[in-house]
Design a protein around this ligand. Sequence first.
Ligand SMILES: [Zn+2]
Length: 467
Amino acid sequence: LLVDFVIKGGTIVTPYGRFSGSIAIDEGKIVAIGSESSMPNSDRTIDSSGRFVMSGAIDPHIHLGLGVPFPEDCITETAAAAAGGVTTVGDFFRSLKSYHEVFPDIKRGVEANCIVDMFFSFGIMRRQQIPEIGEYAQKHGVTTFKFYGKYGLELMSYRQQAPPEVVEETDDGLLLDGLVEIARVLGDDGMGCIHAENYELIHTKKEEMKRNGMNDLTAWSDSRPNYCEEEYMAKAIYLSKVAGVRLYNVHMSVGKGVGIVEQAMKEGAKIIAETCPHYLVLNKHMNHLGVRGKISPPLRDVEDVQLLWNGIANGIVKTIGSDHVIVPKETDDIWKAFPGVPGVETLLPIILGEGVRKGRITLERANEVCSRNPALAFGLYPRKGSITVGSDADIVMVDMNEERKISANDLHSKAGWTPYEGLEIKGWPVMTMNKGEIVYEDRQVIGRPGHGRYIPRPIAAQRKDAN
Ligand SMILES: [Zn+2]
């Protein structure tokens, strides 16, 4: 018996603990886990001595095709993912059309160009998309949907594509109707995702600050105060209970959000909170970042950063998503620049360096929030997010002693810049494997575009006839 790979000599890390052991991999799957002597012969042996071996990171929150055409983004940005130890990415795709129209193209784009695997969450931007939710799940394997509330208005204002009658639809009425439909046709196989910012509160504040001539990063943050996010979270959690749906709070930036989520969980809400690396490292006083620090929700204060780390350590904040996006930052005007930062490649290094090496969280917790939990939340588990016999051989090997500074020159994203330039990190991915193929090794991306697959999410058999 000969298998493709045996990874031996290192320490395997799971959310439940760590042990010395070896992993055998064949035809893209994990086929055995055990002692070195119990392993079958292999074509190639990977020595992981002194390293930690974990299930590959899953970044459930990226945005492709905004600054660069989607297929092109698939190549460079999944190369960045591979180099960052990320083996599956979840793209939040937005369209004003029916997703039946756009899905075949984007799926082709993924399977022709991606180096690692990808799944989609669709933005529900129009009423006519709501009755199609059940079919999106059945026909395309998309079970998670994002709602923007009135923030959709602001989002669209950066582009010229949205007819006004369309953006008027992105309100809380659309949110509730969408959540109810997800619960009805998908139950707990589906999930509603929210951008939690009350844009009506922001709009007033923002106009006032503009009039007063303020124009720096702190002003951007102060124009959308913490309460705008906290209020929207509380409302959306309430509506999710009305609908009886699983709710995913993407990019939670406010420290108080941890308490809101903890309380809601105690009261039976099916809430999952995600935060992003930028909210764990950067803050609103870093005015040197200028428009490059402009994100929605915005960077917060130093205490928020601390509270979010505590939330991860305590198991309240369940997942980390990068909200990765390439957008042009062509203007220095904080009000006019596109919001967003690239971050898929630096997600895991930041969790390892700033989280684990700084003693804020354990490596086990890092694996849980970067791999197992996003797999569970998005219906990918146990195919993804687990070192288990039968799971996809999506593996990252990390060297917790490797030390270097983050530099855009070393990164693979087409963005060409990073908000973490110069940040010293101890703890880097050194080898990434996707479905039994090495896609990153010796600081080189060697995965080929087209190796990555589109990953549909399953729905329970009894739901298939539900609509
Ligand atoms: Zn968002």
